[in-house]
Design a protein around this ligand. Structure first.
Ligand code: NDP
Length: 451
């Protein structure tokens, strides 16, 4: 049997580290997948012969470019932009754009790698990509954000297209930024196509795209609870973040009878023991999307709640937790605290919010734990449905889209169960998601030969 150069896991991970210096998040994401895949591919000769694991851990291409823009005071500012086109074996590259000062090439490589498996899990024909910039939209005027987005698109437009690569939003990129970028793409190409998703409803956007990631992560949580004969009724939920994913997860948990007691941002978290109502969640949406304020302001609006600066919410006792802010926001010690406090289920709304140590804590405790690539796939799934609607030049009704989102999340849950069942009623959802996502992409790669 012809075997790969990297037959043992440690050797493979060391190779990835060596080839990607200074990119620890990318190495972490590859290692997590490789840990689960290694056993699965051990006896499958074609994957070894064709070096599938080695090839899947190498992006198709990484585009890096300068983004110059002028601030309101007339100063010339210079940022770096990237698009990582990771793998288009099962469809056009698809994945969000992130604007945050912490963004590096390594961050985007990790996100594009994760996206490839996530998109495969949805069952829709989408490859994996991700892009972004170290631009910080916080504190910038609308005009500054517009000029930055236009300059970013002046380079990006050459590399994307409705059948090539279809970006969407992510941290720091919401409806406002998508509007500016789509406007510039249209101006540069004189084409009106479904080149971006998350668009406004007036210009080709899909109903429920905004809600889809947070709602989907909650549906996945409910599916896991159902395997134990439980639901969300009366369950106390701890949620991090206060952006798109966090607020919509809070909304759906509340709709399904749960009690959301925390939200956060990068400065701290708020604890509301009375639980958040739809009115309070609407107030947070307004705070973040319109006033662009900080979550600390919540305590002034809602007496009885408290603000905890420079802290994460994982020490608040809960039944379920949804990390919905950013990567590596829930560490090993946090995971131990959650388990010790009786948390029964964790559904990741963010991408890779739990570090590797934390993932192992949840797995060892055998609690219900859904990795982001499965739990937060509802967003990209509805983006896929936006692409279909744009191609067909139609708009589906909200009830139809709500039903499709639930169907897709049910399908992802079933795919994870298929490969993740460990006996004794325990499902390793991380393993299930990694194997199911990998298998689909890997089999397509086998069909293409060596390319
Ligand atoms: P938003 O920009 O709407 O919100 C991000 C939230 O996370 C904000 O509350 C932000 O606080 C907080 N946050 C960002 N960076 C940090 C940090 N370094 N430490 C602590 N908190 C931080 O982004 P989204 O809600 O869209 O995205 C959240 C997560 O969900 C990301 O991991 C994203 O990749 C993932 N995701 C998003 C999808 C989508 O459809 N939007 C789809 C699938 C995954 P602050 O205001 O202080 O920055």
């Amino acid at each position: 049997m012809a075997v790969s150069d990297h037959v043992d896991l440690n050797g493979f991970v060391e190779g990835v580290k060596k080839r990607n210096p200074g990119q620890p998040e990318f190495v972490q994401a590859v290692q997590e997948v490789a840990e689960d895949i290694f056993d699965f591919i051990q006896d499958k000769e074609a994957y070894h012969r064709e070096q599938i694991l080695r090839r899947i851990a190498e992006p198709d291409r990484v585009i890096s470019f300068r983004v110059c823009w002028e601030d309101d005071a007339g100063n010339i500012r210079v940022q770096r932009g990237w698009r990582v086109q990771n793998n288009n074996s099962i469809g056009p590259y698809k994945g969000g754009i992130r604007f945050h000062p912490s963004v590096t090439e390594g961050t985007l490589k990790f996100l594009a790698f994760e996206q490839t498996f996530k998109n495969a899990l949805t069952g829709l024909p989408m490859g994996g990509g991700k892009g972004g910039s170290n631009f910080n939209p916080k504190g910038k005027s609308d005009r500054e954000v517009m000029r930055f987005c236009q300059s970013f698109m002046n380079e990006l437009y050459r590399h994307i297209g409705a059948d090539i690569d279809v970006p969407a939003g992510d941290i720091g990129v919401g409806a406002r930024e998508i509007g500016y970028m789509f406007g510039q793409y249209k101006r540069l190409t004189n084409e009106f196509t479904g080149v971006l998703t998350g668009k406004g409803l007036e210009y080709g956007g899909s109903l429920i795209r905004t809600e889809a990631t947070g709602y989907g992560a909650t549906y996945f949580l409910l599916n896991m609870l159902k395997t134990k004969g439980e639901d969300l009724q009366g369950k106390v939920a701890v949620i991090s973040g206060s952006g798109n994913v966090a607020t919509h997860a809070a909304e759906k948990v509340t709709m399904l009878g749960g009690k959301v007691v925390t939200l956060s941002d990068s400065d701290g978290f708020v604890h509301d023991p009375a639980g958040m109502t739809q009115e309070k969640i609407n107030w947070v949406k307004q705070l973040k999307n319109v006033r662009r304020g900080r979550i600390s302001e919540y305590v002034d609006a809602f007496p009885g709640s408290s603000y905890h600066a420079d802290k994460t919410p994982w020490g608040v006792p809960c039944d379920v937790a949804l990390p919905c802010a950013t990567q590596n926001e829930l560490l090993g010690a946090d995971a131990r605290l959650l388990v010790a406090n009786g948390c029964k289920a964790v559904s990741e709304g963010a991408n890779m919010p739990t570090d590797l140590e934390g993932v192992h804590v949840f797995k060892d405790a055998r609690i219900l734990f859904a990795p982001g690539k499965a739990a937060n796939a509802g967003g990209v799934a509805v983006s896929g449905l936006e692409m279909s609607q744009n191609s067909a030049r139609i708009s589906w009704k909200e009830e139809e889209l709500q039903r499709l989102l639930i169907d897709i999340m049910d399908g992802i849950h079933a795919r994870c169960m298929e490969y993740g069942q460990q006996g004794g009623g325990y499902c390793d959802y991380v393993k299930g998601a990694n194997i199911a996502g990998f298998k689909k992409v890997a089999d397509a790669m086998l069909a293409y030969g060596v390319v």
